[in-house]
Design a binder for this molecule. Structure first.
Ligand code: NDP
Length: 330
């Protein structure tokens, strides 16, 4: 184990430095603890890669903010998001994955072994890295939105839409995600209000047409969300303001925020290729990034599906890719 002694966290090239801390050598480092990270850990551990997984800012990932998960295969009765993540973690640990608290705060992927700084002080040198840092849904930032999170407020219609079967709901946003969520919910719910702040939808033409041709979607252009209202049972309505500044109230039970996601890829951007939003671009048939030995899986590289099961599937692929990579460089 080498000792590093430097002053600041990043050097002039943006590479990580540590403040007098030990360097640990790791064969397979997994960053992130959603379904992608834990599945990668299960496969990597069973392949004898002795994976070390850092859980990141939100241990368990986005699923820990949802209530019931009913669409993950293998849980016929459904399971809560936090319980499912606990199961995945236990399964990874059972095969020897070393699961740790800690946030990756800097990265140097310029050469192998790759260098990752944890919590701005500990340096890890990794032969291979699996990035499973996920994406963070953007929220409006209202107090009432926080208050009813998981009790009527959701950022995932596919995950939570079913709970509002036959009820009235609202979706906020004007992009493809909002259009897709609104049409998905229209198939389940009685009525869907699509709250759009501009006088047009940013979504693609085909999605716009789908929205406009769906009878039980009402688009409220030039409306802003002022407050989500509710009681002990959860959300009961939403207060909006229209372009004249007038207050409009809609009775709803579900409020779906679809104003975009931010992939958690910032520290890797100088090395891996990303799209304009920040999603890591991988080889179309695998989880390989532009850097040999660095793989990406789950929501940090997937703007399209964003499901627990697809994230888990890509985590499995990343571990297999990492194993094959290590085999090829021996
Ligand atoms: P976008 O960034 O495209 O759209 C976000 C929407 O939310 C915009 O209409 C924006 O309004 C609105 N918005 C942002 N902040 C607020 C706010 N504070 N209050 C109210 N409204 C707000 O995000 P998406 O998630 O929709 O899409 C991301 C990318 O993924 C896009 O490239 C999209 O095409 C792609 N995608 C593709 C799909 C597909 O092909 N099937 C499905 C889903 C996404 P404004 O327009 O005023 O800025």
């Amino acid at each position: 184990m080498a000792l590093f002694k430097t002053i600041e966290n990043l050097d002039e090239k943006g590479s990580p430095r540590t403040v007098s801390s030990e360097t640990e050598k790791v064969k397979c480092l997994i960053i992130g603890s959603g379904p992608a990270g834990y599945t990668a850990a299960i496969y990597a551990a069973r392949a004898n890669l002795s994976p070390v997984l850092y859980e990141g800012l939100e241990p368990g990932g986005q699923l820990t903010t949802t209530t019931e998960v009913e669409n993950f295969p293998g849980y016929p009765e459904g399971i809560t998001g936090p319980a499912m993540m606990e199961d995945l973690k236990k399964q990874a640990k059972r095969f020897g994955a070393d699961v740790r608290f800690g946030i990756a705060t800097a990265a140097d992927l310029s050469q192998r072994p790759f260098k990752i700084t944890i919590d701005e002080k500990k340096l890890i040198e990794a032969e291979t890295i699996i990035i499973a840092t996920g994406a963070t849904a953007k929220y409006l930032g209202l107090e009432s939105e926080k208050k009813f999170m998981g009790q009527g407020v959701s950022a995932c219609a596919t995950c939570d839409g079913f709970f509002y079967k036959g009820k009235d709901v609202a979706v906020v946003g004007g992009g493809d995600t909002a259009a897709e969520e609104a049409t998905y919910l229209a198939g389940i719910c009685n009525k869907v209000y699509l709250i759009v702040r501009k006088d047009y939808l940013r979504a693609s033409k085909v999605m716009q047409e789908r929205v406009m041709n769906t009878k039980n979607i009402e688009v409220l252009f030039e409306h802003q969300t002022k407050e989500i209202v509710g009681d002990m049972s959860g959300v009961t309505g939403v207060l909006l303001t229209n372009k004249k500044g007038e207050e409009v109230k809609k009775d709803i039970h579900g409020f779906f925020v679809a104003i975009g996601h931010k992939p958690n890829s910032d520290i890797f951007k100088p090395y891996v290729e990303t799209d304009e939003v920040g999603y890591i671009i991988t080889d179309s048939h695998s989880t390989k990034t532009r850097v040999d030995g660095v793989f990406a899986c789950g929501d940090v590289m997937d703007p399209h599906y964003r499901q627990a099961v697809t994230a888990a599937g890509s985590g499995c692929k990343a571990a297999i890719d990492a194993e094959r990579f290590l085999g090829s460089v021996k």
